[in-house]
Design a binder for this molecule. Structure first.
Ligand code: ADP
Ligand code: MG
Length: 309
């Protein structure tokens, strides 16, 4: 007997897509904070409860979303950042696939409050499991607040795979460090269960941002670097031989401000430090590589962590 072929509905498609984009609470934080940065925010507040499983709230002072566009932002492939595939090669924003909000909304309860400066009032919208529950005008500041509650409430199998509150919190904290280091011009505040964990100055100075996270012990042992060739520029800070770690957590590498995992670059760092630090230890570095966007492909990994040169 042949099986019937089903055409999946929109919510199911978004839930499947969510499997790629939203693995854990940290992925929600990543996507939402990147959206805030893309919206030109100078201040971003990140609040989590219960390792982000119960609640993630991101508040920014960026562009906001016009009332007439709010529903659209939750549709799959809804993006204000590209129009056609060629735009990818000329892209400086962090997001572009237009699937983050649709994916997150399909597996959680979302409340978004947003306002653009051109409109006198803002909009509040509730979306649960991909369905719009309500939309109403609301008095609020310019910018956007997104609250994501009860992640995976409607996909119990995925909920089962979430780790302990402690483990999910560590994941989020590591990720926030990376986002903060990558954006020294944005002031971030990170609050975990009502406790302030981090407050970055947002004064545009990378060294001050690093100090706000890792303190004096690290910053005192950093050496500034700035190296430019015809094809790229590498700038930032690298550790001297007095500072190293048992793992690679303090190797922050960014390409055009996007945090990346690049084996080629990590191997080059290990090679360079081989004779300087003890064996089995790892160097500390905070590097931004600026390269013409047309020379790299950021579209090879769903969360854009890996990159092709
Ligand atoms: P992408 O970031 O890939 O464009 P998203 O699903 O993350 O897709 O967001 C969809 C659209 O919603 C964005 O392109 C942007 O126009 C709008 N948006 C999302 N978050 C914000 C925000 N914090 N401030 C302003 N606009 C936002
Ligand atoms: Mg996005």
């Amino acid at each position: 007997m042949s099986k019937r072929i089903n055409i999946l509905d929109e919510v199911t498609i978004n839930q499947l897509q969510a499997g790629e984009v939203v693995e854990r609470p940290a992925s929600v934080v990543k996507e939402l904070v990147e959206n805030s940065v893309d919206a030109g925010s100078s201040k971003v507040v990140i609040e989590i409860e219960d390792g982000g499983k119960k609640l993630v709230r991101i508040t920014d002072n960026g562009s906001g979303i016009a009332s007439s566009e709010v529903e659209k932002s939750f549709l799959r492939h809804a993006t204000s950042k590209i129009r056609e595939i060629d735009d990818l090669y000329d892209l400086y924003s962090l997001g572009f696939r237009g699937e983050a909000l649709a994916s997150i909304a399909s597996v959680a309860r979302i409340e978004m409050i947003t306002k653009i400066s051109d409109e006198p009032v803002g909009t509040k919208i509730l979306v649960e499991g991909g369905k719009i529950i309500s939309k109403e005008p609301v008095g609020t500041n310019n910018g956007t607040t997104i609250i994501v509650k009860d992640l995976f409430f409607n996909t119990p199998v995925r909920q089962k795979f979430l780790k302990s509150t402690h483990a999910e919190t560590i994941n989020i904290s590591d990720l926030i460090n990376k986002l903060v280091i990558g954006n020294p011009s944005v002031s971030f505040r990170y609050i975990n269960n009502k406790k302030v964990m981090l407050n970055s100055p947002g004064d545009g100075k990378l060294i001050n941002t690093i100090r706000s996270i890792y303190g004096k012990d690290i910053t005192e042992n950093l050496v500034p670097i700035d190296y430019e060739t015809q094809f790229f520029r590498v700038s930032g800070f690298i550790g001297n031989n007095n500072v190293y770690r048992a793992n690679k957590n303090l190797q922050h590498i960014y390409i055009n401000k996007r945090y990346v995992r690049s084996k080629v670059i990590l191997d080059a760092i290990s090679e360079g430090y081989k004779s300087l630090i003890p064996i089995n230890k790892h160097a500390v570095c905070f590097l931004n590589i600026e390269i013409n966007p047309s020379k790299i492909d950021v579209n090879i990994h769903p969360t854009k962590l890996e990159i092709k040169f």
